[in-house]
Design a protein around this ligand. Structure first.
Ligand code: SAM
Length: 297
């Protein structure tokens, strides 16, 4: 590993995605500071939130509000400014921009227009919760927020359970609003199994930082009677290793895919959908195909 120590400037005529603290304002490294100081403008979700960060670090910068409601409309104008040579920086209220936060549409538009895009990495609540959870750190699936309404949330959890039944085995990470944490845990326990190991991480990097570990059932029971104050991340350990039923599900999924495409394409599609190793899925597809007397194309 080779390290660089220079404070390389944000690209002139480009976009820098700058991560900001998720609670502790001191989690803000020198390169992040330099990127905001040197930018022609700082695009931010809420100018009041970003002003506090700028004031804390004595940075003076021009701010432009960029949020979910105006991003699509603003993106072409901002891309044009960068094409004309301006360096713009993008921050969100907390953590890494784009991750359950605005910025994706602008970054995509800049990339499509050939505008240089770089990032100053930093805090992210999902990764911090994952590393503190005590659950397998990889593979992981970052889901972001579950739908707030009960029926849509249950349907989304059922979709994840179906992926797991087809072989997906990854630690799952969810963002959640504190007042919905208890009902989300209950819905996850119901949909994925009350015995699944899990963790609720809250108030990360702040004074009352806490990680509570237990099964989904235990956490649901705890937070049914104790309010999860502050911001929370939920992590759920991977589904248990494939059982007989998972093998049967894989076979059914493969047979269905092979009815519509070649063995090779079917194996690739099923491996991508389930996260199972491609070689293993292809080997099973060949077995099923020869059992059925088919070709191995
Ligand atoms: N972009 C941010 C990131 O990189 O983590 C996430 C923004 S998202 C709108 C806000 C959610 O992130 C919160 O509802 C909570 O689930 C999680 N979060 C943010 N800060 C947190 C913290 N200090 N402790 C626990 N969870 C946090």
């Amino acid at each position: 590993m080779e390290y660089e120590t220079s404070l390389n400037s944000p690209p002139s005529g480009g976009l820098t995605l700058v991560a900001t603290p998720i609670g502790n304002l001191d989690d803000f490294p020198p390169r992040a500071r330099a990127a905001l100081e040197q930018a022609a403008a700082v695009l931010c979700e809420d100018t009041r939130v970003t002003s506090r960060l700028l004031a804390r670090h004595s940075i003076s910068a021009t701010m432009i509000a960029l949020h979910d409601h105006n991003e699509a409309e603003m993106a072409p104008r901002l891309v044009a400014r960068m094409q004309a040579g301006e360096a713009l920086a993008l921050v969100s209220d907390a953590g890494t921009p784009l991750v359950s936060d605005p910025g994706y549409r602008l970054a995509r538009a800049a990339i499509a227009a050939g505008v240089p895009v770089t990032a100053i990495p930093g805090p992210n609540a999902a990764l911090m919760a994952l590393t503190l959870s005590g659950l397998p750190p990889h593979p992981f699936l970052f889901h972001g927020f579950l739908p707030p309404k009960a029926a849509a949330r249950a349907a989304e959890i059922a979709r994840m359970a179906a992926l797991e039944a087809a072989g997906l085995s990854a630690t799952l990470i969810f963002y959640e609003a504190p007042h919905r944490a208890a009902e989300a845990l209950a819905a996850l326990a119901e949909g994925l199994g009350a015995d699944r190991p899990a963790a609720l991480a809250r108030e990360l990097t702040k004074r009352f930082e806490e990680v509570r570990r237990g099964t989904l059932g235990e956490l649901a029971a705890h937070y049914a009677t104790h309010e999860a104050r502050g911001e929370v991340v939920l992590c759920v350990g991977p589904a248990p290793p494939p059982a007989e039923t998972a093998a049967e599900t894989l076979d059914a999924t493969l047979r269905d895919a092979m009815a519509r495409m070649s063995v090779r394409d079917a194996a690739a599609a099923v491996a991508a959908a389930t996260g199972l190793p491609r070689k293993r899925v292809y080997a099973r597809a060949l077995e099923l195909s020869s059992e059925a007397g088919g070709s191995t194309a």
